[in-house]
Design a protein around this ligand. Structure first.
Ligand SMILES: [Zn+2]
Length: 258
């Protein structure tokens, strides 16, 4: 449970930073690399004034990056239709929604539209993807990770952790907050499910589609490098917000404050 006041302070504090709301318990720094540098600079400053004995171990307290996820209830998800098929995650695939999103205040509404399209038009039980990242780096809960995703293209999504970014990346660029949260999700998924970062692919690597768009596809290698660095430096955890905190965040997103 994240208290409402603390939560508001947190998300408002991070809102203009560019790292997105996905990072919890972090000072307003642009990314994990800067955070790491800050930590070590701090250690170096201490060492200058009072160097430890050569034999003493230098202890640096590094806490994992914690990703926050907006729960389905908070973004207004409809109930599941039908049943899921269970699977075990063995790889990670990156997607885009293929819908231009310029105004991120529309992001929660887009989530509802995507889910309605997937359920009502395509006949799927739920949103196709497990996690969705909006333009400001907010992460939304999709289909349960234990359930196989869905696709209308010619590959089998069984075993895939499906991470989808809001946008149309053949004609717009992924934002920095979006890339930061996506790298965090990739790192978390790799660690959580014990799948190597070498399994990370774009949808177009597997099926006849332009997904995840040229601009995102071109950044996959750097995303994986970034994920690897996160795992090496900090580790990544993921927390799904309780519904009440999630509703507060969605209201802030729709008001354009985060
Ligand atoms: Zn896709």
């Amino acid at each position: 449970m994240v208290g409402r006041r603390r939560f508001l302070k947190l998300i408002l504090g991070l809102g203009s930073v560019g790292a997105g709301f996905g990072w919890l318990n972090r000072p307003p720094l642009v990314g994990p690399v800067m955070l790491g540098q800050a930590s070590f600079e701090s250690v170096a400053a201490t060492a200058t004034t009072r160097p430890p004995p050569a034999s003493a171990p230098v202890s640096v307290s590094v806490q994992p990056i914690e990703l926050l996820v907006i729960p389905k209830h908070a973004w207004g998800a409809a109930p599941i239709v039908g049943t899921f098929v269970e699977h075990e995650i063995t790889r990670i695939t990156i997607h885009h929604t293929a819908s231009l999103l310029d105004d991120n205040t529309d992001a929660p509404g887009r989530m509802r539209e995507h889910q309605a399209y997937h359920q009502q038009d395509l006949g799927w039980p739920d949103l196709a993807y497990h996690y969705i990242v909006d333009r400001n780096g907010h992460i939304y809960e999709g289909r349960p990770v234990w359930a196989v995703g869905d696709t209308s293209t010619n590959y089998d999504p069984a075993g895939h952790l499906l991470i989808c970014c809001e946008g149309e990346f053949n004609s717009q660029l992924p934002s920095e907050p979006q890339l930061a949260s996506t790298a965090g999700l990739i790192a978390w998924g790799s660690s959580k499910f014990g799948v190597g970062l070498d399994t990370v692919l774009g949808h177009r690597d597997l099926a006849s589609t332009s997904c995840p768009g040229d601009a995102m596809y071109d950044r996959l290698d750097s995303l994986v490098t970034r994920s690897d660095r996160l795992l090496g430096d900090f580790g990544v955890t993921l927390t799904t917000l309780d519904d009440r905190s999630g509703l507060v965040v969605v209201a802030e997103i729709e008001a354009g404050r985060v």
